[in-house]
Design a protein around this ligand. Structure first.
Ligand SMILES: Nc1ncnc2c1ncn2[C@@H]1O[C@H](COP(=O)(O)OP(=O)(O)OP(=O)(O)O)[C@@H](O)[C@H]1O
Ligand SMILES: [Mg+2]
Length: 291
């Protein structure tokens, strides 16, 4: 469905005179294919370039090099920017509060993208139906974002994203700000919606344990580079790249006394292998291997 070819993104930091003082290679020659109906987990520690990749796919940022194809058609062009793809692609953010208007009710937040496609009355009727589907019912649909719990707010973010019936959704850390007990509810909701609406997900997270149940395949990103790609079972049972192994070790052991998972820290300056040969180690399981 979606093909990312040789995608590179370089951010340039400039001083007051416009001279480049620093460059950040946020994505380095990323090649990925996302199949229709699957959930591809994109994992890596903070700053590894996951959100940058997600934003470029959605046309919210430009790539420095490379191409993105949706159903064989290039979308990293000006046509993409015209939001012709509003029906095709959507995003769910970590904190829907910061991405919604605090003075509008849940109903009007969800109805907003629909109003571009249908009459106001139809949009509000449909928005109500979708809110009910994600578990926001009755008078609750008229509340303002701050009047909801974090989990409910994320349900509204999800309702807004699926309202226009997209094919593909980038979920950028959708459960990272939530309690572990609520995380499972939201993940189940996303999985139910995926089945009903035949959605394809790119599920971004720094926490491998979160994608264990939802992802069909996992891509591991380290300092802008995909270092390992395989089905979820392979990544968990026989990780090949040292970075993947470190991420797996960083999964905290469940402890009922711990309310929120501690954000893990991978030793940021350790030198993981980033140059090497992309090798198929098992069927459909690839990793960067030393030459
Ligand atoms: N607009 C920007 N201008 C300059 N640098 C940026 C910009 N956006 C991201 N970066 C840099 O690119 C790198 C990748 O950032 P990105 O947000 O993609 O990481 P991430 O994997 O999503 O991290 P996190 O898990 O913390 O969300 C970081 O070093 C970041 O500082
Ligand atoms: Mg991010």
């Amino acid at each position: 469905m979606l093909e990312i070819r040789n995608l590179t993104k370089i951010f340039e930091k400039k001083d007051a005179l416009g001279r480049v003082v620093n460059t950040i290679n946020a994505c380095r020659n990323v090649n990925l294919t996302i199949h229709r109906g699957e959930t591809l987990g994109l994992v890596g520690e903070s700053g590894s370039g996951k959100s940058t990749l997600g934003k470029i796919i959605l046309g919210l940022d430009d790539a420095t090099e490379g191409e993105i194809l949706l159903n064989g058609e290039r979308i990293d062009s000006s046509r993409h920017k015209n939001r012709t793809f509003i029906n095709t692609m959507q995003i769910i953010f970590q904190d829907p509060y910061s991405s919604t208007n605090p003075r509008r009710s849940a109903l009007s937040i969800v109805a907003e993208p629909l109003e571009m496609l249908m009459s106001k009355k139809e949009a509000y009727d449909k928005a109500e139906m979708i809110l009910n589907k994600v578990g926001i019912n009755g008078e609750d649909i008229y509340k303002l974002p701050r009047e909801y719990s974090g989990g409910q707010r994320q349900r509204i973010g999800i309702a807004r994203a699926v309202a226009t019936q997209p094919d593909f959704i980038v979920c950028d850390e959708p459960v990272s700000a939530l309690d572990v007990s609520i995380q499972a509810n939201i993940i189940n909701l996303l999985m139910d919606l995926q089945e009903e609406e035949e959605l394809t997900y790119l599920f971004i997270t720094h926490d491998l344990s979160v994608v264990k149940y939802i992802a069909d395949r996992i891509a591991v990103m380290c300092k802008g580079k995909i270092v390992e790609l395989g089905c979820t079972k392979d990544i968990f049972e026989r990780p090949v790249h040292a970075y993947t192994q470190t991420l797996l070790k960083a999964i905290p052991i469940p402890d009922p006394r711990m309310k929120k998972k501690q954000p893990f820290e991978v030793v940021n300056n350790s030198s993981y292998l980033l140059d090497g040969t992309w090798t198929e180690v098992h069927e459909g399981h690839f990793a960067l291997m030393e030459d």
